[in-house]
Ligand binder design. Structure first.
Ligand SMILES: NC(=O)c1ccc[n+]([C@@H]2O[C@H](COP(=O)([O-])OP(=O)(O)OC[C@H]3O[C@@H](n4cnc5c(N)ncnc54)[C@H](OP(=O)(O)O)[C@@H]3O)[C@@H](O)[C@H]2O)c1
Length: 344
């Protein structure tokens, strides 16, 4: 291990050995520092952030936004396919990371010790002082962000990138409605649609977040607690539901004839599934997909951060020892921007 203190072979990490609630299953422990394989790098990690995937990997359950029956069915399927059928495959949870390379595998030539990087570990392991990841998945950390701020970009910005770069790019001045605009994904959605594509943004959020969404670029804001935005006298060519709170059929009166409803969570009711099968996909009115956290996308986001087009909105930064609190806070569904873990 190149510049790792030979005596310091242990690290602090969050351990999760069974599925359950955050308080029950997340525990801070000292464990061995992993060794990078030939195509991997070892990273001294300083930050992580909490994403829906992290909650699923800890609880063994599908996202809450799915309707009840599908959630019961999807849980075991997701465990079988990704997380581990009876217990988490990876003892150390956490997917987003941001840190400094401290050692490189024999076959790694494009990265060196000392490089500041960030990315998303599909195999988890990011809630720890050190993690190993394939060198192909990392990207340069945005130079104008701290490690914790960079970790806040991971997982939150890519679903918004998918929505506005890949699924439907807004034209300059085009009206875009964003539901859940104050959350981890929505805050990036506002900035990407506004600062990258020049759209006119209407943000749907709660009363305490109106000022914040306007500060980061929303032209208008609607308080969902006192206004039924599906009944307003306006039509939008693009609606982005960043949290899976609504359905395209309920929003049909505010969607233009050729408009699209982009959902970050399209299977939130049996009605939406029916809509998907009958109107949605066939008539291309409902768009959705899976965010890609690969290094190309993380590089694009780095460029946008460095150009001042996007920046993370951070709700709270918790120390590693309070990861369970961070999970619980994210799970309330009322975070203002991103929930971040700082790893000293
Ligand atoms: N497609 C993909 O690949 C992909 C990838 C990652 C995540 N996702 C999906 O993205 C979603 C998570 O997004 P997120 O991390 O941004 O969520 P989040 O951070 O938990 O969103 C929280 C925000 O939503 C607001 N909110 C709650 N209920 C609302 C409502 N009815 N109307 C408008 N705003 C409301 C809250 O404001 P108040 O406090 O004022 O209520 C809060 O600020 C999940 O559904 C997940 O499955 C999809």
């Amino acid at each position: 291990m190149n510049n790792l203190n030979a005596e310091k072979k242990k690290m602090k990490a969050i351990i999760c050995e069974k599925y359950g609630s955050a308080d029950q299953v997340l525990e801070l422990q000292e464990i061995d520092i992993p060794e990078p394989k030939d195509d991997e790098v070892l990273i001294r990690n300083y930050g992580s952030s909490i994403n829906t995937g992290d909650i699923m990997a800890r609880s063994g359950k599908a996202p809450k936004a799915l309707f009840w029956g599908l959630r019961q069915l999807m849980g075991p399927m997701l465990r079988l396919a990704y997380f581990g059928l009876t217990k988490p495959k990876s003892k150390v949870p956490g997917s987003g990371f941001s840190g400094e390379i401290v050692s490189v595998g024999k076959k790694v030539s494009d990265w060196k010790v000392g490089d500041a990087v960030y990315g998303y570990s599909e195999n988890f392991g990011a809630l720890a002082q050190y993690l190993t990841v394939p060198s192909s998945i990392i990207a340069k950390k945005p130079s104008n962000l701290t490690f914790q701020e960079a970790a806040a970009v991971v997982g939150g910005a890519t679903p918004a990138l998918l929505a506005f770069r890949d699924l439907r790019q807004p034209q300059k001045g085009q009206k875009v409605l964003i539901i859940g605009a104050s959350g981890g994904v929505g805050t990036f959605g506002i900035q990407i649609a506004k600062n990258v594509y020049g759209a006119e943004i209407t943000a749907v959020c709660g009363p305490t977040n109106i000022e914040m969404v306007k500060e980061i670029g929303a032209d208008h804001a609607i308080n969902y607690r006192d206004t039924d935005y599906t009944k307003i006298d306006q039509k939008f060519p693009i609606i982005f539901d960043a949290i899976g709170a609504n359905t395209p059929s309920r929003c049909k009166n505010i969607l233009t004839d050729d408009g699209v409803f982009i959902s970050n969570n399209p299977v939130n009711s049996p009605k939406t599934i029916w809509y998907m099968m009958t109107n949605g996909f066939r008539k291309k009115k409902l768009l959705s997909g899976t965010a890609n956290e690969g290094s190309d996308n993380m590089e694009t986001l780095r460029e946008w951060v460095e150009a001042g087009k996007i920046k993370p909105v951070i709700d709270t930064i918790y120390p590693l020892s309070q990861t369970a609190e961070a999970h619980k806070h994210y799970e309330t569904g009322h975070a203002k921007g991103r929930v971040v873990i700082s790893i000293e």
